[in-house]
Write a protein that binds this ligand. Structure first.
Ligand code: GAR
Length: 194
């Protein structure tokens, strides 16, 4: 089995989709949710799904404590789903091409430090963009700059506010992220079998 850990800071709707997708799956399982926000919705969602939730703070991310936990759980693939902190270089090196992120815009536009959640949608609307979308990419040591694996676009409508745009984007994320992660799982499994 390919063992997946999800890192999340927020409500956790993407984490929920991923946990559901891989429940009873033949080749992968979500074995751990990791959150830097003890009161985040994702912790409750993990509880409801019976998946262990590991809570950590910024120091534990930087000093290798989280990395140690991921190794103790024999994690093969780290999936960021609404995780707001920068991944330290040590973790990037420990999981080469094995950390993914989802971003609620068409990178390289509207990425970088501070560009998360509603800040992204507000910036897209303020710029008068006619289209936005989602990007799923590999994670390197810089915000939102790793290799793009998947993008899908959607219209920005004249009457949209940040909530309306966020809802459209969330629906796309839920539709695509589990399938893209499954593709990575298959390539990990194929390499293991070789
Ligand atoms: C998602 O829209 C995700 O793309 C975004 O946070 C939201 C989390 O929602 N991530 C970023 O902005 C990363 N820069 P969720 O907690 O409901 O899954």
């Amino acid at each position: 089995m390919v063992r997946i850990a999800i890192l999340a800071s927020g409500s956790g709707t993407n984490a929920q989709q991923l946990m559901g997708h891989f429940q009873g799956h033949a080749t992968a399982e979500v074995v751990l949710i990791c959150s830097d926000k003890p009161r985040a919705g994702v912790a409750q969602r993990a509880w409801d799904m019976g998946v262990p939730c590991y809570l950590f703070n910024g120091a534990a991310l930087k000093d290798g404590t989280l990395l140690h936990e991921l190794e103790a759980y024999r994690i093969d693939l780290v999936v960021l789903a609404g995780f707001m902190r920068l991944i330290p270089v040590e973790m990037v090196l420990a999981f080469p091409d094995r950390i993914t992120n989802i971003h609620p815009a068409l990178l390289p536009k509207y990425g970088g430090k501070g560009m998360f959640g509603e800040h992204v949608h507000k910036a897209v609307l303020a710029a008068g963009e006619k289209e936005s979308g989602i990007t799923i990419h590999l994670v390197n040591e810089r915000y939102d700059e790793g290799q793009v694996l998947f993008q899908a676009a959607c219209p920005v409508l004249p009457e949209d506010d940040a909530d309306a745009l966020a809802a459209r984007i969330h629906a796309m994320e839920h539709a695509h992220y589990p399938a893209v992660v499954e593709g990575i799982v298959n390539s990990i499994r194929d390499k293991t079998v070789e």
